[in-house]
Design a protein around this ligand. Structure first.
Ligand code: P6P
Length: 348
C-alpha cells in the first residue's frame, strides 16, 4: 500500500504560517526571525558535520589544533547567525557571548537578539551534542534610533521568544513564542526541512534524573551538598544502614548546556549549576544561556530559579553576567530550593 510520506508531516514553515493565522495582529516579523535562525542553523549544522567528517576521515591531515577548530566553528556560527539576522531588516541589534557591546544591525529593526552562537563547542571533538541558544526582545526606543544599553538588559520575562538549536545525532530546533508553548522540530537533512516532532511539549512534573558537575563538590555550599547527598540516597548517621537499596535517581551530565537541558525538557528531573568557591556567581550566562532556557522551561510547565528566585525576574546589570541556575521539573526544583536555602532560612 502506498503510504504518503507527507501524511502527517508539518514543516516549520507551515507551522509558522498556521500559528500566525491564530494572531490576526501578528506582523509576521517574529516568524521571519525564526525562519532566519532556522536557516542559519542548517548552515551551521552542515559545517559541524563537515568538520566531524574531516576529523574522522583524515586525522593525520588535520592541520588545525582542537582549540583552532573550536574557535573557527564558533566564529562561523556567529557570522552565519548575524548575517541571517541582518538580512531580515527587522533586527536592530545583535549581541553575542563574545561581544563587548551590541552590534547595531538596522536602526529601523524592531527586535534585539541575544545569542550564544555555539555553546559547548569542545564537545565537537568527541562528537557530543553542542548548541546555539537565542533570546529575542522587542526594543522600546523609536525605530530609526540606536537602541540604548538598557534595551539589551531587560529582564528575561520580557523575552518575546527564545529557543535553541541542538546539533547532535539529529539537528533539533526548539523554540517558544510565549503563546504557543514549546515546540520541537527535527531537521530532515535529505530534504533540508525542519519537521514538527513534538507539539507543545510539557516537562514531566517530576523526574528521576539529576545533572550537575560533581567535580566542584568541595566548593559547593552546604545546601548543595545536603541536596546531593539526598539525591544519592545517603543515609543520615542515625539511620539504620542494614540495607543498601539501589538509588532512586540516575546521574547524567554531558557538560553541554543545551544537551543537558534538552534531556531534562524531554525526561524531566533537574539540572543545576550552583554557585561554588570556583564560580561564586555561577558559571552560566544570564542573558544568553539562562534566560532563554528559563523561558523554554516555564513555557513547558517546568521551573528555573537561582536560589529560590525566578531566573526570569532577575534584573540584569551586565550583558555577560552569570547566575547560579536550577531548572527542570517543578517538584524536583522546589525540593532543591528547599535544600539549597541556608539552614537558618529553612524554618520559614
Ligand atoms: P563545566 C560549556 O562550556 C558551558 O558553558 C555549558 O554548555 C555547560 O553547561 C558548562 O559550560 C559546563 O561547565 O565546568 O561543568 O565543564
Amino acid at each position: 500500500m502506498l503510504v504518503s510520506r507527507t501524511k502527517d508531516l508539518v514543516t516549520l514553515e507551515e507551522f509558522i504560517i498556521k500559528s500566525q493565522q491564530k494572531f490576526p495582529h501578528a506582523t509576521g516579523e517574529l516568524s521571519q526571525l525564526l525562519r532566519d535562525l532556522s536557516l542559519a542553523g542548517k548552515i551551521i549544522a552542515d559545517e559541524i558535520n563537515k568538520t566531524v567528517v574531516r576529523n574522522a576521515s583524515n586525522p593525520e591531515g588535520m592541520t588545525e589544533e582542537p582549540q583552532e577548530r573550536m574557535k573557527r566553528l564558533e566564529e562561523f556560527a556567529e557570522t552565519q547567525l548575524t548575517f541571517a539576522l541582518k538580512r531580515s531588516g527587522i533586527v536592530c541589534s545583535v549581541i553575542t557571548d563574545d561581544d563587548a557591546t551590541p552590534d547595531t544591525v538596522d536602526p529601523n529593526g524592531k527586535y534585539i537578539v541575544i545569542l550564544d552562537p555555539l555553546d559547548g563547542t569542545f564537545n565537537v571533538e568527541i562528537n557530543a551534542s553542542i548548541g546555539t541558544i537565542f533570546s529575542i526582545y522587542k526594543r522600546f526606543s523609536e525605530p530609526g534610533t540606536t537602541p540604548g544599553e538598557a534595551e539589551s538588559l531587560q529582564q528575561g520575562l520580557n523575552q518575546v521568544a527564545s529557543g535553541y538549536i541542538l546539533y547532535g545525532s539529529s539537528v533539533i530546533l526548539v523554540f517558544t513564542t510565549k503563546n504557543l508553548g514549546v515546540n520541537i522540530f527535527t531537521l530532515d537533512e535529505s530534504l533540508g526541512e525542519f519537521f514538527l516532532a513534538i507539539r507543545d511539549i510539557e516537562v514531566p512534573d517530576e523526574g528521576k534524573t539529576f545533572s550537575l558537575n560533581t567535580s566542584y563538590y568541595n566548593g559547593w555550599d552546604a545546601g548543595v551538598k545536603r541536596y546531593y547527598a539526598k539525591l544519592r540516597g545517603e543515609k543520615k548517621s542515625d539511620e539504620e544502614d542494614d540495607d543498601n537499596p539501589k538509588p532512586v535517581y540516575s546521574y547524567r551530565y554531558i557538560g553541554s548546556f543545551v544537551a543537558d537541558v534538552h534531556r531534562t525538557l524531554l525526561e524531566g528531573g533537574i539540572f543545576l549549576f550552583p554557585r561554588s568557591d570556583y564560580y561564586p556567581e555561577g558559571k552560566l550566562k544570564l542573558m544568553y544561556q539562562c534566560n532563554p532556557i528559563a523561558l523554554i522551561m516555564e513555557q513547558a510547565g517546568g521551573r528555573a530559579s537561582a536560589i529560590g528566585k525566578r531566573i526570569l525576574n532577575i534584573t540584569p546589570t551586565d550583558i555577560h553576567q552569570t547566575t547560579p541556575i536550577t531548572l527542570g521539573s517543578v517538584k524536583n526544583v522546589l525540593e532543591a530550593e528547599r535544600e539549597l536555602r541556608p539552614l537558618d532560612e529553612q524554618s520559614v
